[in-house]
Design a protein around this ligand. Structure first.
Ligand SMILES: Cc1cc2nc3c(=O)[nH]c(=O)nc-3n(C[C@H](O)[C@H](O)[C@H](O)COP(=O)(O)OP(=O)(O)OC[C@H]3O[C@@H](n4cnc5c(N)ncnc54)[C@H](O)[C@@H]3O)c2cc1C
Length: 294
């Protein structure tokens, strides 16, 4: 029996685990993919205190090192089900764990555009991570789809690798940070295409060769990078009565859900700001509040 199980080893789950460890809780972190979570996909982070600039994988590595140095228990297993009764039971593919408190810090995953053949070409033409896949398109033209800070910052990152970036947004202005908009506007090899949308992928010999836009304009690109929104990772909660809105978990000011002892923090929760700094703080504060209730 654990005092606390944390689902997800992103910045939120890892911050929580550090607080839990210091509070003397018997804590277990569960992660289905890479420790560090979404941070692993960010090219450069320039708004996290303590680091004027740091690459996402470097920050993820520092977090993972801290977990190891502190001796916090973690397992690389995907949670498939959560059953909440007198205690909370967490099922993974091969194991079953029991815990008094649960913290869900499972983040969210990128949305795609819903185009024909999009899934088939995911990872070979259709991408959601510039840092991971950008180098595959060195000196080739690509398109970035989206209008928020993620799309802007990743377009800037790609512009240093590829020959040209078409930045395509369906509205007439970007909604990302002003400083990023200014930088994008200054870049010679980023062409802004506003009030337009991708409607088709052009495939030739089983390879992506271009895209067609709503106005029938055809662009020759070798890759498209999609930043148009996210789905929260809450599928494994289907056997619970945790309240959600659009799949995002609803929490109170203490990060507790409608179920006593079950907390949620970071990008998986319904909130206004999805940033590293508040994901970290929500993870930490949820543990502080739960230890007060022990
Ligand atoms: C391209 C991009 C650029 C960004 N740039 C910045 C930036 O410059 N500055 C900034 O402040 N923020 C930035 N953000 C936002 C920031 O990355 C997130 O707000 C933050 O990393 C979220 O942390 P988290 O711990 O809530 O979730 P995540 O980091 O997503 O962690 C969730 C973890 O849970 C795991 N998980 C999910 N389901 C399961 C399961 N069933 N079982 C086990 N594990 C599971 C996932 O594998 C993942 O590791 C950016 C985001 C993107 C996509």
């Amino acid at each position: 029996m654990y005092d606390l199980i944390i689902i997800g080893m992103g910045i939120s789950g890892i911050s929580a685990s550090i607080y839990a460890h210091r509070a003397g809780l018997k804590v277990l972190l569960l992660e289905k993919s890479a420790p560090g979570g979404t941070i692993n996909t960010i090219s450069e982070i320039e708004n996290y205190p303590g680091f004027k600039s740091i690459s996402g994988p470097d920050l993820a590595y520092k977090l993972f090192t801290e977990v190891n140095d502190l001796g916090i228990e973690y397992k690389l297993e995907e949670v498939t089900d959560v059953i909440i009764d007198k205690t909370t039971v967490i099922k993974t593919k091969n194991n079953v764990y029991e815990t008094k408190f649960l913290l869900i810090a499972s983040g969210r995953r990128p949305k795609l555009l819903g185009l024909k053949d999009e899934d088939k070409f995911l990872g070979r033409g259709v991408c959601t991570c510039a840092l991971c896949d950008g180098p595959l398109y060195k000196n080739s033209p690509v398109a970035v789809i989206g209008g928020g800070s993620s799309a802007l910052s990743e377009a800037l990152y790609l512009a240093n690798i590829v020959s040209k970036v078409y930045l395509i947004h369906r509205r007439d202005e970007f909604r990302g940070e002003n400083s990023l908009i200014k930088e994008v506007e200054k870049k010679d090899n980023i062409e802004l295409i506003l009030n337009n949308e991708v409607t088709e992928l052009v495939i030739k010999d089983d390879t992506l060769t271009g895209i067609i836009l709503k106005d029938r304009q055809k662009l020759a690109v070798k890759g498209i990078f999609i930043y148009v929104g996210y789905y929260p990772n809450t599928d494994f909660l289907k056997q619970t009565n945790i309240l959600m809105e659009d799949g995002y978990i609803l929490v109170d000011a203490h990060n507790e859900t409608n179920i006593k002892g079950v907390y949620a923090a970071g990008d998986v929760t319904k909130k206004e700001i999805y940033q590293i700094i508040n994901a970290a703080s929500e993870g930490a504060q949820s543990v502080v509040y739960m230890t007060q209730k022990r």
